[in-house]
Design a protein around this ligand. Structure first.
Ligand code: ADP
Ligand code: MG
Length: 275
């Protein structure tokens, strides 16, 4: 990919379609409406961040896309087909390292490859696992167990395992929430680059405005239970935080996002500047 390119995905077909989706959490005594009538189309190859304060329903929405949550009403389509359950066509990365502690880094990535359902030989799997670990800068840690890896390294392995599934769609739920700020920036730039290289369609949940700007083609700002607004991020790639901060585009976007982000909790912030 060239330097300073502003991506235009408007001619791409829809990869994911969220159609009038509502979701309730139900227990013995109560019913809680976590999402109401959510609509969103996501283009093939698009990187979309779902941004919102804690409790807005971001993880619930990702759970619906992954197939772990079932919608009360409405439907979600992937390549025009209704999502009914989790599948190898969608890789998921969560905040809490979900690596298998009894497998090495390479073993964890190999698990992703086997989950893909593709018929690789053992030797091919081995080569691929090494390739994906190298992709995330962990070629040297292939034989280490999760317990021997730092938090940032574990999240790299989780990303490598997700890539190894070779799915078109990648779903990430605050994957770097527990990683320290410097490392976090590295991982953001890494994921941004890898997703473009592999032409992934990405839905990335975060409550971090800067993270959303750095990564996204579009930012979907949520308020409790619904989408509040959607903003396009027309900033060139590759993006580096240091080059972005202070530019007019960045500051405008940041201001709009702050206004929208807090609009439902702070009535004194003008939320009408959006879009
Ligand atoms: P976010 O990821 O944006 O922080 P969630 O999607 O986790 O938000 O939660 C949305 C809302 O649903 C919150 O009010 C939360 O308390 C509620 N919720 C989440 N999980 C459950 C559950 N298992 N049972 C009942 N309510 C839940
Ligand atoms: Mg969440």
């Amino acid at each position: 990919m060239g330097e300073n390119m502003i991506r235009d995905l408007s001619d791409n077909p829809n990869k994911l379609e969220i159609r009038d989706v509502s979701f309730d959490y139900i227990d013995k005594k109560s019913r809680f409406s976590a999402l109401e009538h959510v609509n969103l189309d996501i283009k093939e190859g698009e990187f979309v961040c779902i941004l919102g304060l804690s409790g807005c329903g971001k993880s619930t929405l990702l759970g619906l896309l992954s197939g772990l949550n079932k919608a009360k009403s409405g439907e979600i389509l992937l390549d025009g087909k209704r999502i009914a359950e989790p599948g190898p066509d969608r890789a998921v990365v969560f905040q809490q390292y979900s690596l298998f502690p009894w497998l090495t880094a390479k073993g964890n990535v190999d698990f992703g490859i086997r989950q893909s359902g593709k018929k690789y030989t053992r030797k091919q799997r081995e080569t691929k696992a090494e390739e994906y670990l190298a992709n995330v800068g962990l070629a040297g840690a292939a034989n280490k167990y999760p317990g021997q890896l730092s938090g940032g390294m574990k999240q790299r392995v989780a990303v490598a395992r997700a890539l190894a599934l070779e799915s078109d769609v990648l779903l990430l739920d605050e994957p770097f929430g527990a990683v320290d700020p410097k490392l976090r920036l590295e991982l953001q730039e890494l994921v941004s680059r890898l997703c473009m290289e592999h032409n992934k369609t990405v839905v990335f949940v975060t409550h971090d405005i800067d993270e959303a700007i750095l990564l996204s083609d579009r930012i979907v700002v949520m308020e409790p239970g619904k989408i509040r607004t959607i903003l396009n991020v027309k900033l060139p790639h590759p993006r580096k935080r240091d080059n972005l901060i202070g530019t007019v585009e960045y500051e405008n976007l940041h201001r709009k996002l702050i206004a929208s982000f807090y609009a439902h909790v702070e009535d004194n912030i003008d939320s009408e500047v959006i879009l």
